[in-house]
Design a protein around this ligand. Structure first.
Ligand SMILES: *[C@@H]1O[C@H](CO)[C@@H](O)[C@H](O)[C@H]1NC(C)=O
Ligand SMILES: *[C@@H]1O[C@H](CO)[C@@H](O)[C@H](O)[C@H]1NC(C)=O
Ligand SMILES: *[C@@H]1O[C@H](CO)[C@@H](O)[C@H](O)[C@H]1NC(C)=O
Ligand SMILES: *[C@@H]1O[C@H](CO)[C@@H](O)[C@H](O)[C@H]1NC(C)=O
Length: 578
């Protein structure tokens, strides 16, 4: 190659790097205040687009038709307020204190609202969404969603930690801890039950849910210690260890990615995993793969597989180089609104990469492993596994290319952001036109946290550093260590001749929801039917009675019944057929 050709090549590379970076700079300059204002506009009672929402209630979007999102979701609200709280506690925005206090009060109210998932003490904390006047939403829905209590407690714990550091522990103990404890107790006793995933479609176990549950119990145990609530510490820590163990099982070593859900019948490539990486980022945990930190080899390998799954399925991604940024969506099989890119998914990719850059720069080195090699080869085909200190050319080359790659994802969202800066939920895979709900609060929060990560901002550590995965995974309470209690179920049920009452439920001893293997109750005290079963101690167990007549099965109406078994002794449950 002639020298002049080298210069032309270099100049082209340089100008593309500068173009990505200046597009990102100018997008951030214009979009940042719009996103901030858009987010505040969606919070009651005085948000410009949140009329009718109670104080501290976050609406998902002001859209009331196609789709109707004028509800408040525990997940979205908690992620939004985590972002607000992180900025408040860092001193970056001190105007939001009263909003934060209103959020805490609103969530404390919602916890007590009996809803189709149950009451505050019988599973109601798993309810995903409520009306914006804080009443229960009673329509059919994918429930429960067990990430909500975890994300809510994480947001409030971060506020609590700041209050303690600023001499206001009494407020924490009196006003925040009761709310946090309800959520953490729920997580602690229910994490091993199936859940709908964050997209509200698949009922199984879900990586995002497991990971945020793990995080919440870790920081919950630390907070409890700090304020002298020591009775819960060992229970939360035990379940956090069980969760960390279970978390490892989502990794697919053959294909190098994290399978998002244990059910659902899909590839498992899903923004679920990228969102997990950014929402469980701990700047003190280095590139630890046990918690899938953003710069861990597993999370980077996963990121490449996830991003690549959208290259050929969206028309707007065609013609883009195979190592450059593209628009990404929830999962490649998505058919909601025809299956499109989402702003928050594409922002999340950028954020994971910025988080990784923060960590590498802080540690002063970068590792390429056999697992992360395909990710790094996108930026340098000749790179090999090894450790590269920040003084090496390889480190400089790779981190510069990764920064450009990350800025590319912002540039993609910038390209498809309308001129007024409004961020809807999705944009068309065919031509980039915004679609689905307008002014999605989560889209605005995702923009802001990605921009902050690019600027080097990190939220406080949550205790992910140096964790050890237990050598064997346990499924939960002391029941899993073998102790059981005798539980008698009595149900008043009138039956016709030939009809019998059975029970099945969420644990092995209740035949894991199998109607064909359900346990027959005795009619010796008809119309009360009874059975005594040994069930795991200290465990939340769901069940239903069923009637079987000549092979025809009739289930009780929803929701599931739930009991939490005692640590020892016996327990008698008295029900009436529903
Ligand atoms: C503690 O924080 C609460 C909530 O913001 C506030 O109302 C109260 O005045 C604070 N107390 C002190 C002593 O700062
Ligand atoms: C790189 O790997 C070494 C050895 O496994 C480890 O001690 C170090 O923390 C790793 N550094 C990064 C940035 O991952
Ligand atoms: C419960 O935990 C065990 C042990 O980690 C795991 O194998 C199982 O899949 C978990 N089930 C759910 C629904 O989380
Ligand atoms: C069910 O009834 C029995 C006998 O009346 C009583 O001892 C027991 O406490 C009741 N169980 C519950 C959960 O109320």
């Amino acid at each position: 190659m002639r020298l002049s050709a080298v210069f032309v090549g270099l100049a082209a590379v340089l100008s593309s790097v500068l173009a990505q970076s200046s597009t990102a700079d100018s997008y951030i300059a214009t979009e940042s205040p719009i996103a901030k204002a858009g987010l505040i506009a969606n919070i009651g009672p005085s948000g410009a687009k949140a009329s009718g929402a109670k104080a501290g209630v976050v609406i998902a979007s002001p859209s009331t038709t196609s789709p109707d999102y004028l509800y408040t979701w525990v997940r979205d609200s908690s992620l939004v307020f985590k972002a607000i709280i992180d900025q408040y506690t860092a001193g970056a925005d001190t105007t939001t204190r009263s909003l934060i206090d209103a959020f805490v009060t609103a969530e404390g109210t919602l916890q007590q609202v009996t809803n189709p998932s149950g009451s505050v003490s019988s599973g109601g904390l798993g309810e995903p969404k409520f009306n914006i006047d804080e009443s229960a939403f009673t329509g059919a829905w994918g429930r429960p969603q067990r990430d909500g209590p975890a994300l809510r407690s994480t947001a409030i714990i971060n506020y609590a930690n700041w209050l303690i550091a600023n001499g206001n522990s009494s407020w924490v103990t009196k006003n925040l801890w009761p709310i946090i404890k309800l959520d953490l107790d729920y997580v602690s006793s229910n994490w091993n039950q199936t859940t709908f995933d964050l997209w509200e479609e698949v009922s199984s176990s879900s990586f995002f849910t497991t990971a945020v549950q793990h995080r919440s119990l870790r920081e919950g145990a630390a907070l409890a210690t700090a304020i002298g609530q020591t009775s819960v510490v060992s229970g939360y820590t035990t379940q956090a260890n069980n969760l960390l163990c279970f978390l490892q099982s989502y990794w697919n070593p053959t294909s190098g990615y994290i399978t998002a859900n244990t059910g659902g019948g899909r590839s498992g490539k899903d923004a679920n995993t990228v969102l997990t990486s950014i929402h469980t980022f701990d700047p003190a945990a280095g590139c630890d793969a046990t918690t899938f930190q953003p710069c861990s080899d597993k999370a980077l390998s996963n990121l490449k597989v996830y991003v690549d799954s959208f290259r050929s399925i969206y028309t707007i991604n065609s013609g883009i180089a195979s190592n450059a940024a593209v628009a990404t969506g929830r999962y490649p099989e998505d058919s909601y609104y025809n299956g499109n890119p989402w702003y928050l998914a594409t922002f999340a990719v950028a954020e994971q990469l910025y988080d990784a850059l923060i960590t590498w720069n802080q540690i002063g080195s970068l590792n390429v492993t056999a697992t992360s090699l395909p990710f790094f080869q996108q930026f340098s085909s000749s790179v090999t596994a090894g450790t590269y200190p920040s003084t090496s050319t390889t480190f400089t080359t790779l981190t510069a290319a990764i920064k450009t790659f990350a800025d590319g994802f912002l540039a993609i969202n910038a390209k498809y952001t309308p001129s007024n800066g409004g961020l809807s939920e999705q944009y068309s895979k065919a031509d980039g036109t915004p679609t689905s709900a307008v002014d999605l609060t989560w889209s605005y929060a995702a923009a802001l946290t990605a921009f902050e990560a690019r600027a080097g901002f990190t939220a406080p550590s949550w205790g992910a550093a140096g964790l050890t995965v237990p050598s064997t995974c346990s499924s939960g309470g002391s029941g899993s260590s073998g102790s059981t209690v005798a539980v008698t179920f009595n149900v008043a049920a009138t039956t016709v001749y030939g009809e019998n009452i059975y029970i099945t439920g969420s644990v092995d001893a209740l035949q894991n929801w199998s109607p064909s293997n359900a346990l027959l109750l005795s009619s010796a005290n008809y119309p009360t039917w009874s059975i005594t079963v040994n069930l795991p101690a200290s465990t939340a167990i769901q069940y239903k009675y069923i009637r079987i007549n000549n092979g025809a099965v009739t289930w009780e109406s929803d929701p599931n019944m739930q009991i939490t078994t005692p640590a020892s002794g016996t327990y008698t449950e008295n029900d009436t057929w529903r």
